[in-house]
Design a binder for this molecule. Structure first.
Ligand code: ATP
Ligand code: MG
Length: 286
């Protein structure tokens, strides 16, 4: 079970002088149960790609296949595909239309046939999993802080339990504790067999949490690989707007000096490599 994207292209304002090619032949496969981060500078095509993943945008050329169903203007089951792939928008306000947080979260489950008797539990579970207090369920979502809006947006999408969860810049507007909680939640969602696709400027969080990364530059996929492979690629081929975390640079520097360690921003792995190195030095001196 996967989303397969092949040679996907998308242009905006076709037929006008301001035509712009936002995606130029992107291919990637996303398997259920993995966490893929899509990183790239502003305008590199991340949100355009995200909107193809849940068939909000239909391929102009190339193909998108969701669990074996090809997305075309003629696809009859687009509605089902959109249930399968939940998309949390870059700007949470864009997905709000209810007057209370409770209504916002219960809208999709109701639409998909949840019984009235189940709704209260569904809303409370979804709200609790994103750390939204029950006292906020009666609030108007538009009146909340940026971080709270983000949590409502995530809760309203996970309330229908999608098989693929796509989040466009989910850490924007969250403080450090909020980011940590969200990353832990996404980790639990992935562990339950759901695919997590995190679209982000935040290379640090992508390198810390994902299984694989896709790097976009000017609508082109310039790298796809594991954390290690991506860090290696970016060290050799800097991409505008993507700042390599200092600890990864530090790890790379140590590796150049001959220490055996992964290109990681995990302090634990770096300390372990340093300890092993110290052990080697001690053995040499004995
Ligand atoms: N509806 C639209 N009409 C015209 N151009 C668009 C539209 N949406 C996006 N674009 C252009 O397509 C390019 C890719 O946009 P996209 O939003 O996919 O980038 P992004 O990587 O998500 O950027 P950001 O990091 O700023 O969110 C940009 O140059 C953008 O200006
Ligand atoms: Mg975007």
């Amino acid at each position: 079970m996967s989303i397969k994207i092949e040679n996907l292209a998308c242009a905006y304002n076709i037929g006008t002088p301001s035509v712009y090619a936002a995606l130029r032949g992107v291919s990637v496969t996303i398997e259920r149960g993995e966490w893929l981060s899509v990183v790239g500078h502003t305008g590199s095509g991340k949100s355009t790609l995200a909107q193809h993943l849940n068939a909000l945008l239909i391929p102009q050329s190339g193909s998108v296949e969701i669990d074996g169903v090809s997305v075309t203007p003629k696809t009859k089951s687009l509605r089902n595909l959109r249930k399968k792939v939940g998309l949390v928008f870059q700007y949470p306000e864009m997905q709000f239309f209810s007057e209370s947080v409770r209504e916002e979260i219960e809208f999709a489950p109701l639409n998909w046939g949840a019984g009235k008797d189940e709704l209260d539990d569904i809303v409370k579970d979804a709200a609790a999993s994103v750390g939204l207090g029950e006292e906020l369920l009666a609030a108007n979502p538009f009146s909340l802080s940026g971080g709270q809006k983000r949590r409502v947006a995530v809760a309203s999408v996970i309330a229908v339990k999608p098989d693929y969860l796509v989040l466009d810049e989910p850490t924007a507007g969250l403080d450090a504790a909020g980011i940590r909680e969200l990353m832990a939640l996404l980790g639990r969602i992935r562990a339950s067999g759901v695919a997590v696709v995190q679209v982000t400027h935040d290379l640090q969080s992508a390198l810390e949490h994902s299984d694989r990364l896709l790097v976009l530059e000017e609508g082109v996929s310039v790298s796809e690989g594991t954390i290690e492979e991506t860090a290696e690629f970016l060290l050799k081929n800097p991409v505008r707007g993507l700042v390599i975390p200092p600890l990864v640079r530090f790890a790379a520097g140590l590796r150049d000096k001959g220490l055996n360690l992964p290109l990681t921003s995990e302090v634990g792995a770096i300390v372990k490599a340093l300890e092993e190195y110290r052990g080697t030095l001690n053995n040499e001196t004995v």
